[in-house]
Design a protein around this ligand. Sequence first.
Ligand code: NAD
Ligand code: LMR
Length: 325
Amino acid sequence: MKNPVRVTITGAAGQIGYQLAFRIASGQMFGQNQPIILQLLEITPALPALNGVVMELEDCAFSTLNDVIATDDANTAFKDSEYAILVGAMPRGPGMERNDLLQANAKIFTHQGKAINDNANKEIRVLVVGNPANTNALIASSNAPNIDPQNFTAMTRLDHNRAIAHLSKKLNVSSQNIKKMIIWGNHSATQYPDVDHVTVDDTSIKDQISDDWLKSDFIPAIQQRGAEIIKARGASSAASAASAAIDHMHDWVLGSAENNWVSMGVFSDGSYGIKPGIIYSFPVRCSQGSYEIIQDLSLTEFSQERMRVTEKELREERTAIEELL
Ligand code: NAD
Ligand code: LMR
């Protein structure tokens, strides 16, 4: 067994938090040899519910769970934390776009960015799930000047997984054979799910799908999947979101698979002409806790145009919260 690592989950009594806490505690994120100390943050009125989560965690008797700290104080929740999944935020309801949440949720990420800066391990790796995830990650990072901005990421892995699942159905192949999917840009309706580089068994899928299917079925289906789930469930995705968060952190820390890549919202470094200053989803390869943006992919004019649309939306979100940066 290794030394235990401290993992913070915010919004831990909410829908996603309730899934995440148990999966992380049972070793599904970092493996069976990695003991975990969970540091769970909630708002004060949710502390009784959080206490229920703690009791259930105890009752699982997970061998990988060393300790649980439950608190409504962000400084305590981020104390010495090495990994943080920032979920606690308001979810959208029917008819809303994710960036309608920007003003309501922005303050949370200002406050938590500062608490991370003041308390966390300086190497902490942060995944922002709460929407609008890309811009919330930008806010949190800007308020944590002592932490490397590269250590702040936003979740587009759910979109990535959704795209793979949709292709798997269409092509009638197992999802594990679908490689090199890309989500570009914002975790929003402007995101661009790009299949141009996707392979199955090292062969391009381009001659198996039509342009018409891509434009009128696939792309809108992935862009609108979150809204479809809200319509069906009356609440936003939770189990699939927690699963994607586990995938994101697992791959970031333990490495992404050979001959493949994953999508992560990361600070733009100017790759593919996306100007710095926003958190944008790129294809990345991960190894031992770092990632690099995949370079030199050829892009069609259609792709470039879609990538600019989602970049523009992220710039507008940035302008809307500029005073918090
Ligand atoms: P939820 O309402 O069930 O849970 C949110 C929890 O956060 C609540 O328990 C609430 O008390 C808590 N909370 C609120 N403010 C907090 C704060 N300042 N500090 C700590 N905790 C706080 O919502 P949910 O379904 O779990 O969704 C959470 C967020 O995740 C939403 O913003 C949702 O839109 C987003 N989301 C993102 C993705 C993605 O792919 N990036 C996917 C699904 C959901
Ligand atoms: C999702 O994609 O399911 C989440 O971002 C929740 C939402 O608001 O759609």
